[in-house]
Ligand binder design. Structure first.
Ligand code: HEC
Ligand code: HEC
Length: 252
């Protein structure tokens, strides 16, 4: 984030440094349509820095200029980039949410929760939930591509607040796929889950349910046993094992 870092340093120094050549920050802002025209430099720049951090992008995601180029070469007033125009819509939306919709919340507890860009964006430009992202890949490009996407996102965002990489959402997604009749997707997602959560009983228990629904009682039994071996508190897996063992087996 070169431009924001430069900015951070400048803001921290609180100083009109680097004013020798071009001009950053500019003397006046010439194209403000949402922010108050009287906004101070520091406040505008802090707002911009908030946008960049909130979306996990650099200044040039919205402004015309080369990434990493000196800030005085960026055409901040230009509206050429779609993303800058989207940002205006977003600023207006956030204002409406905070000032109108949330003002109508009955007996609203204090202090108020204020919606900001990162409330939705959490460090990504298009704030899609992880499960929705994976469903999109499953539908458009299939299981292998979806699994690659998951790994890629996990590699880039694990530890940030962008996506929820815990076991439960992945297992729930697998269950949703199974309910929709796509048991191959479900098994594939559970395989991925088993890789990241090798010691948990939740994933093999869900796999057991998927196999049971498919009528594969042998694999279902093995999965429930695995779940119970990993987590002896898995009462549901224990109950299923008992039910399956009590069933009359089909004759030879
Ligand atoms: C998510 C998009 C987005 C990002 C990222 C962003 N900006 Fe902006 N910027 C805007 C929008 C939108 C406006 C116009 C606001 C308005 O119309 O009131 C603006 C306006 C400005 C202006 C005033 C231009 C003028 O003269 O009217 C400056 C200066 C500026 N941004 C600097 C920055 C800097 C520096 C960064 C990086 C730290 C940055 N911006 C990151 C969207 C963005
Ligand atoms: C209530 C949730 C929410 C808030 C708050 C929010 N956004 Fe968004 N934003 C979205 C959603 C959803 C999208 C994706 C819209 C789409 O393309 O389907 C989006 C898309 C964008 C995009 C376009 C990204 C792209 O590459 O297409 C920009 C830029 C953006 N938001 C900037 C902002 C800024 C700046 C703020 C704070 C002033 C903000 N957003 C606040 C929900 C939000």
């Amino acid at each position: 984030m070169r431009c924001s870092i430069t900015l951070a340093v400048m803001v921290a120094a609180g100083a009109p440094v680097l004013q020798a050549q071009g001009k950053f920050p500019p003397d006046s802002f010439t194209n403000l349509k949402v922010l108050p025209k009287t906004i101070g430099k520091q406040e505008l720049l802090a707002t911009m820095r908030g946008f960049a951090l909130g979306l996990g992008v650099r200044c040039t995601y919205c402004h015309v200029g080369r990434e990493g180029a000196p800030l005085d070469s960026v055409k901040f007033a230009a509206d050429d980039k779609r993303t800058k125009r989207v940002a205006r819509v977003m600023m207006d939306m956030v204002k409406h949410i905070n000032e109108e919709h949330l003002a109508d919340v009955p007996e609203r507890p204090e202090p108020h929760v204020v919606v900001k860009c990162e409330t939705c964006h959490r460090g990504v430009a298009r704030p899609r939930l992880l499960a929705d992202e994976i469903v999109l890949y499953l539908a458009d490009s299939g299981l292998a591509a979806a699994v690659r996407r998951y790994r890629d996102l996990r590699g880039r965002y694990y530890g940030s607040e962008a996506y929820d990489f815990r076991e439960l959402p992945l297992v729930e997604l697998a269950r949703t796929e199974a309910r929709a009749g796509r048991s191959d997707n479900a098994i594939g997602l559970l395989q991925l889950s088993a890789e990241f959560f090798p010691n948990s009983g939740m994933t093999p228990a869900a796999r057991g349910d998927v196999y049971l629904e498919k009528g594969d009682t042998a694999r279902a039994l093995a999965s429930y046993r695995e779940a119970l071996a990993k987590d002896s508190t898995m009462g549901m897996a224990r109950a299923r094992i008992q039910q399956l063992n009590a069933r009359p087996r089909p004759g030879p």
